[in-house]
Design a protein around this ligand. Structure first.
Ligand code: C2E
Ligand code: CA
Ligand code: CA
Ligand code: CA
Length: 279
């Protein structure tokens, strides 16, 4: 039973049953997705505001299920997390992204770095630093070509353990960023103890930044906080020249969003970088 807003009880509605049936079906389809080559990565350019250059990309996972068509990561990542599948899938993401990076390097693209999303389940695995180091070795990618993005929630469940894990990852030489910063429950006192390189400003603060005084204040506070801790700031979800102008004026260091580019398949990302180098 589920309690509704009027404080009375109701049973699961047909729509909810459909939802859970779909979740179960997706979970079993997802188990086969890796073996069936249904997963692939797209790459969204990240731009340094200092010189306008492409510093790299965030790798974002896509699933084209033979059975279900395109399924959004917002839907299937939580399913993968609850079933434990996120661990092999996450390893595949890391390996694929690093192999792609090395391929781009071999093709003569300028130095780039790829940001990879880590779910809390992955971040909390004791084997993670060893896995990262193995993948770097096997693909030939350098540690400083990899940035790991983790959410506040992943670090705040057990801040002491998180600090130790960040330290181990940081010592490998990879960059570390907190994703969706400002939407979770970070204790600011932990930030200075965390081995970190960047804070990503959540797109919910960027969306109305030209008009919303609260979003302006929050974004400004995050940028100032990051700067005083020696961290970069990556604003995500930048869709307009006006948003960009505000972020630039406020001192944000990096941006990413549809204004520059949607997430791109590898060949198109390659073209995007080449074209932006010529400008
Ligand atoms: P996220 O890490 O916060 O990624 C940013 C999301 O914003 C992406 O959605 C991206 O496509 C979208 N986006 C980028 N620029 C814009 C913009 O200008 N406007 C708007 N409205 N949206 C923009 P996507 O690709 O659907 O991914 C959703 C979430 O799924 C990600 O949020 C991340 O939490 C998760 N995810 C994606 N790939 C992976 C992965 O490989 N591993 C893990 N653990 N999670 C992933
Ligand atoms: Ca992210
Ligand atoms: Ca984000
Ligand atoms: Ca998000």
């Amino acid at each position: 039973v589920k309690q509704d807003s009027r404080n009375s009880y109701c049973f699961f509605t047909p729509a909810m049953q459909e939802h859970s049936a779909r979740t179960l079906a997706l979970a079993s389809a997802l188990k086969l997705a890796l073996a069936r080559n249904e997963l692939h990565l797209v790459y969204q350019p990240q731009i340094a505001l200092e010189d306008g250059r492409v510093v790299g990309a965030e790798a974002l996972l896509r699933w084209h299920s033979a059975q279900w068509g395109a399924v959004s990561p917002a839907e299937f990542i939580p399913i993968a997390e609850s079933g434990g599948l996120i661990v092999p899938i996450g390893e595949w993401v890391l390996r694929t992204a690093m192999a792609q990076l090395v391929a781009w390097r071999a093709q003569g693209l300028p130095p780039l770095r790829i940001a990879v999303n880590l779910s809390a389940v992955q971040f909390n695995q004791v084997e993670l630093p060893a896995l990262v180091s193995r993948v770097l070795q096997e693909t030939g990618a350098r540690a400083d070509e990899l940035e790991l993005e983790l959410t506040e929630a992943a670090t705040m469940k057990n801040p002491q353990a998180a600090a130790a894990q960040l330290q181990r990852l940081g010592e490998l030489g990879v960059r570390l960023a907190i994703d969706d910063f400002g939407t979770g429950h970070s204790s600011l006192s932990y930030l200075k103890r965390f081995f970190l390189h960047a804070l990503k400003i959540d797109q919910s603060f960027v969306r109305d930044i030209e008009t919303d005084a609260d979003d302006q204040a929050i974004t400004g506070a995050i940028v100032d906080l990051a700067r005083s801790l020696g961290l970069a700031t990556v604003a995500e979800g930048v869709e307009s020249a006006e948003q960009l102008a505000f972020l630039r004026a406020r001192g944000c260091t990096h941006v990413q969003g549809y204004y520059f580019s949607r997430p791109l398949p590898p060949e198109q990302f390659h073209t995007f970088v080449q074209r932006s180098e010529r400008e």
